[in-house]
Design a binder for this molecule. Structure first.
Ligand code: ADP
Ligand code: MG
Length: 729
């Protein structure tokens, strides 16, 4: 056993950087090489088909079947030219991650041989046998089958030797069984709502796009060491392990120089990203040892999210080429930072205006403030829902647990903008805003561009922070599908903007001037959304108390947090915006509770196995060594020498016995709690039981295992230790 650990550690530490297969060309030459983008479409499609496809994409219109046949033919040619042998509909089921089922291009040619075939029908729609994907009962209640349908707004790509076609996944009766469908609905609704508000300022605006720039944090672990840790392999996190004497206390990892093995991995990953059109831009070390980050240039949200899912897939593939395993879990190690995925989010018009960037004119600034306060109001109104949108069994470790910020959503605004909002709220001189867009007359308060140039006013503890021209939704977990957060956020903001526009229309119908109407509503929203505004230390105990006083959602139990999806105000909001029906929301919550339960259940089993099969036997063996020593001292030395020669071992024997007894006891307790919870039929109640009665035992068991790790002979300890896992050589 011990021998295994030492061999593994020795081999892991012996790994050198793998030589990366560097393309000769520059990034601009291979960027998008494996993407069926407009350039490839132009090259491979007849002009008429190209025009029809581009028109359908740009105008969000369905594609004619005949055009689809022609697109499929061109796409097939391109794919075959690039070595693809198979195709697949690539979709985003309610488990995190992506799903694919490959089909070969071959068909009988009727002459005894085969040919490569791919039709519009196969491109546009398929019926994967998806009965084993989570669906919360929708597919039982409605129709037995589900189907996947091409999302023409996201380009097809080749991964390995397979042509991947991004698709939505829905039931025959139209209920979404995935993340992409509701995301597209939310993006449509925010487009419509934001366009109607932006048109108050500029009638030329036809569309508003939602943008996303995610920052993916992750850990790397040597593959050898990973393979010797059943907890990492089966749950994605370490369920035990004493702190390393050195971890992140010296702050020497963040932005530190990147180890050569890791740098080779990053380079390889970036090259793969670029070939697949993912605009990977930034890489650096993160705070914790072995923790890193990759961020792309931001893109339209649907595409950006496809790219994030594809990136997570690529990371696993590329990591293995470098003898690493990538950990996307939100909290793989106790005592050091966890991993998030900051979602930088903004709205921008088709006329090129960023709606969360202060304008250069008083009109531009009023538009900025209008959108800004509407976001605050939406986040305030739906703070519980937004928290639910980022909650999961794994992200639960990052929010509201030990060593984590509290599970409370608040908005960081920054000093300068806070001042502007305060002054605006109390000022009664709204006549100074010139809605015709002249720059002349402004009050000091509208000179926002100058004020905001310095946006270093950063607050790392805020879950939702304004950062100069965008909001950063930081509470999103590293393993999550960003769509979950962005469906809720875009829908909530769309609904709020619709309310706003309706309020303006009402005022105008009553004879008010537009500028007065807008300012009055803006002032009302500033006042309304005050409780969500918090610029202080979000990690402090005082904030928890203050947030509760303000009536913000402070629930910490993940299964109960999910209830927010089913509150009347959430259901109404989702139905009004056309993002989810009540049936879909109910079904999706069933899935959430079920996944929560299963994750905790798996962790409980792994922890139980490790404790009983790995840890206790080693503890017994070490205890026997000590007993042997004591017995020999006793038989060989006079009794007055006994204390000097064996007292410390005697003490250890007793301490070990005590820890072992508690471990055995608590594991039994955990198994019993599981048995009781497993009998519960209702999925919500079962998840709550797992949260309340099973999960709390993890830390108690771990505490005693970690104590044993400090006492038992290092040579006997069966699992790679934190100091070995966390420092790549
Ligand atoms: P930091 O760590 O300082 O927040 P990064 O450079 O790591 O910054 O990541 C910032 C992310 O925000 C990048 O993906 C970037 O493209 C994205 N971003 C920048 N401006 C916008 C914007 N207006 N809308 C959405 N995302 C943006
Ligand atoms: Mg950031």
């Amino acid at each position: 056993m011990s021998q295994l650990r030492f061999t593994v550690v020795k081999e892991a530490f012996g790994h050198k950087a793998v030589d990366v297969n560097m393309p000769e060309e520059r990034p601009s030459q291979y960027f998008g090489k494996y993407v069926f983008n407009r350039q490839k479409m132009y090259e491979y499609l007849p002009k008429k088909t190209f025009d029809a496809l581009v028109y359908a994409i740009d105008n969000k219109e369905p594609l004619d079947r005949n055009v689809a046949d022609s697109v499929a033919e061109g796409m097939k040619q391109w794919a075959l030219d690039n070595g693809a042998k198979h195709y697949t509909h690539w979709f985003h089921p309610l488990t995190d991650g992506t799903a694919e089922k490959h089909d070969s291009f071959i068909e009988h040619n009727g002459k005894g041989g085969v040919l490569e075939d791919f039709t519009g029908k196969l491109l546009v729609q398929q019926e994967p046998d998806a009965s084993s994907f989570p669906n919360g009962g929708i597919r039982n209640t409605f129709e037995a089958r589900g189907y996947s349908a091409w999302d023409i707004s996201s380009p097809a790509f080749i991964l390995g030797n397979t042509l991947c076609i991004p698709t939505i996944f829905i039931s025959y009766t139209g209920e979404a069984l995935d993340y992409k469908m509701p995301l597209l609905r939310a993006l449509n609704s925010v487009d419509k709502a934001a366009t109607s508000v932006a048109q108050l300022f500029d009638p030329a605006v036809k569309h508003v796009y939602s943008y996303l720039g995610w920052e993916q944090e992750y850990f790397l672990v040597d593959e050898m060491l990973y393979s010797a840790r059943p907890d990492l392999m089966l749950t994605g996190r370490t369920l035990m392990g004493h702190d390393s004497a050195k971890n992140q206390q010296l702050d020497d990892h963040y932005f530190g120089s990147i180890p050569s093995r890791v740098e080779a991995f990053m380079l390889d990953l970036e090259i793969e990203c670029h070939k697949l059109g993912i605009p990977a831009k930034t890489r650096h070390n993160e705070v914790a040892p072995n923790q890193f980050e990759l961020a792309p240039i931001y893109e339209e949200t649907n595409l950006a999210n496809d790219h994030n899912l594809l990136l997570m897939l690529l990371m696993e593939i590329v990591a293995r080429r470098h003898n690493f395993r990538v950990l996307l879990h939100e909290k793989p190690f106790k005592g050091i930072n966890g991993s998030g995925k900051h979602n930088n989010w903004s709205l921008g018009t088709d006329t090129g205006v960023q709606l969360f960037a202060p304008g250069k004119t008083s009109l531009g600034n009023l538009q900025f403030i209008t959108f800004f306060v509407n976001v605050m109001a939406a986040v305030y109104r739906h703070n519980g829902l937004l928290k639910a949108s980022i909650s999961s069994a794994t992200n639960g470790h990052r929010l509201g647990a030990n060593e984590a910020p509290p599970a409370i959503i608040s908005v960081f605004v920054g000093k300068q903008l806070s001042k502007v909002l305060d002054r605006l709220e109390t000022s009664d001189k709204d006549e100074i805003i010139d809605m015709a867009g002249k720059t002349g007359k402004t009050l000091g308060v509208y000179q926002i561009p100058n004020l905001l140039i310095d946006n270093t006013d950063r607050n790392r503890t805020s879950p939702f922070a304004f950062t100069g021209n965008r909001f950063e939704f930081r509470a999103v977990g590293s393993s999550a599908n960003c769509a979950s957060a962005l469906i809720a956020l875009n829908a909530a903001v769309a609904d709020q903007l619709n309310r706003f526009r309706a309020a303006i229309d009402k005022r105008i119908a009553a004879g008010e001037q537009l500028n007065h109407a807008v300012l009055s509503e803006v002032k009302a929203l500033i006042a309304y959304a005050k409780p969500i505004h918090f610029d202080g230390n979000g990690y402090s105990e005082e904030w928890k108390a203050e947030a509760a006083r303000r009536g913000l959602d402070c629930e910490t139990s993940v299964p109960i947090i999910f209830d927010s999806y089913l509150k009347p105000e959430s259901i109404e909001m989702f139905e009004r915006t056309g993002v989810f029906s009540k049936v879909e929301l109910e079904a999706r919550n069933e899935v959430k509770w079920e996944i929560y339960t299963k994750k905790i259940q798996i962790e409980a089993r792994v922890l139980g196995d490790l404790a009983i099969n790995h840890i206790l036997p080693v503890a017994t063996r070490y205890q026997s060594v000590l007993l042997d020593h004591v017995a020999k001292v006793k038989s060989l030395f006079p009794s007055e020498k006994f204390d000097k020669l064996a007292a410390s071992e005697m003490q250890s024997i007793e301490d070990i016995a005590e820890h072992m007894a508690v471990i055995r006891d608590k594991v039994t307790q955990m198994v019993d709690a599981r048995k009781i919870a497993n009998k519960i039929e209702n999925l919500r109640d079962k998840a709550i039981a797992y949260h309340d009665t099973v999960a709390p035992l993890f830390d108690e068991i771990r505490y005693h295992i970690d104590k044993l790790e400090l006492m038992i002979d290092d040579e006997m300890w069966p699992l790679p230790k934190y100091r070995e896992l966390l420092f790549i050589r």
